[in-house]
Unconditional design. Structure first.
Length: 551
């Protein structure tokens, strides 16, 4: 502990009390932070220094709605140490002082990143660069080590590329992977109490990149490197789908013994806004907060800004925007209500269930899969539609076949030559469940005979310039065991395979051949396994491979 740590501990206790105490009496209409605190979580926002000093609407919302803040830019290397050894904390101090005045905790962002790092650092040789990291971390973390408001740091940021390989940044090219452990150790030396995080984007769902992160965190901790926390940025877009395995992914990291947090949440859309996009966006926000609520080790959710007036999105993604929970005039959007109600949880006043979904219609029925589509429900109770549950009717014991956030689902793992009678229910943000839709039936086709297999893809996540297909479920629908399988498919023109897992993959032109790995080739009759892959594609192209064959 620091020699001056007693006053710090006492101050921390006070802050914690302020953070947690409003627990019991949260009025339904209370601000976001009241409801978050009642759950022992934070709800935060990234703050920009210019509107913070210049605009009272910005300041008032920042102060009253959030119990955690992150500096959007003011604590980055180019702001805090623009020239070697010349530290400038004016912007960082402004944020920390604001947070202190408003009983908010501060997450320091970020110490070692390949962006917003001055040229003088990037040109250093290995030994000088190592020293520069030590000095920078000790200077920046050291400045706030005794400040009770500053409780955590993004020590390294975005160390992976989108394939889950180490990003070949100037850090990596000069120092190899060792810079990561060195940075964490330097941060621990500068502040023995702060929570030290690794942070990245496109790691919200289970995919090649998040699995690389999982393996790295696990191995660093085994080596005694002080990694306390993993940050999932959460830069999502409604047109690319929601990572439905977010909660499961957070939980697998939590099971490593680290804290998890959503660090930079924003959910963009193609402009212009309309009420349907706003409502999908609200559902996504609700789902993120619900996922964090459901994972004990999830400390909270930080939104990357709060008003559409100030957001990095339109500058980076042409034609996209409106990613935040307040509009450009500081009016609350449906996304605000969704976050509010998800945090308020049991205290919500919404007791009105959504309307029943339309009768599901089946299509693309194969021996082991089918697509169902139905007319969407509406929700008038205020908490908004959260998603749908699809059941198989089986007398008294109906089984849940799957869940979806949209009015459609791709069911996989079905049994060949079997009649399915199915219906759908809708859920809202307060947990109210609709009546059942009318039932529909479909019958899966006869499975292939004598060991043939089928491959059923799921596009897990997409972004402007790429996508992840996972799982590709490989099922032996035949009547006898197989000892190997080969799945082939064609990438649309201009698409490039950038990673794969759980299969041996070769590419010839646009033709991809995925053979079983040595551990997942043996499939008994009816058994399934899966593999996944990642592709980059030209910006604006929304295609994914359409037909898969399995032999
Ligand atoms: O401050 C200068 C201003 O003086 C100048 O006139 C103007 C001209 O372009 O630039 C201003 O700096 C901009 C800075 O934001 C402050 O607004 C930079 O150009 C711009 O590149 C910078 O963008 C930031 C971006 O990181 C840089 O990579 C965004 O605000 C910030 O939201 C974004 O945040 C990152 C996280 O740190 C890490 N994860 C991804 C996230 C989004 O990219």
């Amino acid at each position: 502990m620091h020699s001056s740590s007693l006053p710090r501990v006492l101050a921390l206790v006070g802050m914690l009390a302020a953070f947690l105490l409003p627990a019991t009496a949260a009025e339904a209409s209370a601000p976001l932070r009241t409801h978050a605190a009642a759950r022992g979580k934070f709800i935060g926002a990234a703050l920009a220094t210019s509107p913070l000093s210049g605009e009272s609407s910005y300041r008032n919302i920042a102060a009253t709605e959030f119990n955690q803040v992150t500096a959007e830019n003011a604590m980055k290397w180019d702001s805090t140490e623009p020239s070697q050894g010349q530290f400038n904390f004016s912007g960082a101090d402004a944020i920390v002082n604001f947070a202190t005045q408003n009983s908010q905790q501060v997450h320091g962002h970020t110490l070692v990143w390949h962006q917003q790092t001055p040229g003088w650092v990037q040109g250093l040789g290995a030994s000088a660069m190592r020293t520069a990291i030590q000095n920078h971390i000790s200077g920046v973390v050291g400045r706030y080590a005794d400040n009770p408001a500053v409780v955590s740091w993004d020590v390294v940021n975005e160390v992976f590329d989108d394939n889950g390989n180490m990003r070949t940044s100037f850090w990596y090219n000069t120092l190899g992977q060792s810079y990561i452990a060195d940075a964490f150790r330097a941060a621990r030396a500068a502040d023995s109490n702060a929570r030290l995080c690794i942070n990245d984007y496109n790691v919200e769902g289970i995919n090649a990149k998040s699995t690389a992160m999982y393996n790295l965190v696990s191995s660093l901790r085994q080596q005694g490197v002080p990694v306390d926390c993993v940050g999932f940025q959460g830069h999502l877009a409604i047109q690319y789908g929601f990572p439905n395995d977010l909660q499961q992914n957070l939980q697998r990291f939590a099971d490593l013994g680290v804290q998890v947090r959503i660090t930079e949440l924003d959910i963009r859309m193609q402009m212009p806004r309309n009420s349907s996009k706003d409502s999908t966006q609200a559902t996504y926000y609700r789902n993120v907060v619900n996922a964090c609520n459901a994972v004990t080790a999830c400390a909270g959710v930080t939104i990357w800004g709060f008003t559409d007036k100030y957001s990095w999105v339109p500058d980076t993604f042409s034609g996209e925007g409106a990613a935040l929970i307040y509009d450009e005039s500081y009016q609350q959007k449906p996304a605000y209500t969704a976050v509010h109600d998800a945090l308020a949880g049991g205290t919500s006043t919404d007791t009105t269930p959504p309307s029943a979904p339309g009768t599901p219609a089946s299509s693309n029925v194969t021996s082991n899969s089918a697509t169902l589509t139905w007319a969407a429900s509406t929700d008038s109770g205020g908490s908004g539609l959260a998603g749908y549950d699809v059941y198989r009717e089986q007398g008294t014991n109906d089984t849940l076949l799957g869940r979806s956030t949209t009015a459609s689902i791709n069911l996989t793992g079905l049994t060949p030559s079997t009649k399915y009678q199915v219906y759908v229910r809708a859920r809202d943000g307060a947990g109210n469940v609709s009546g059942n839709s009318a039932a529909a039936t479909f019958t899966t086709t006869t499975g292939p005979v004598g060991g043939a297999c089928t491959a059923t893809p799921t596009v897990q996540t997409q972004w402007n310039t790429g996508y992840v297909v996972q799982p590709v479920t490989v099922t032996n629908g035949g009547s006898s065991a197989i000892t190997g399988w080969t799945v082939t498919f064609t990438l649309p023109s201009g698409h490039t395979l950038t990673g794969s897992w759980n299969a041996a993959v070769t590419v010839s032109g646009q033709n991809v051949t995925a053979r079983n790995a040595n551990y997942n080739g043996n499939l008994g009759a009816g058994a399934s396994t899966s593999f996944g892959f990642q592709v980059s594609r030209p910006s604006g192209d929304t295609q994914t491979p359409s037909s898969y064959t399995c032999a």
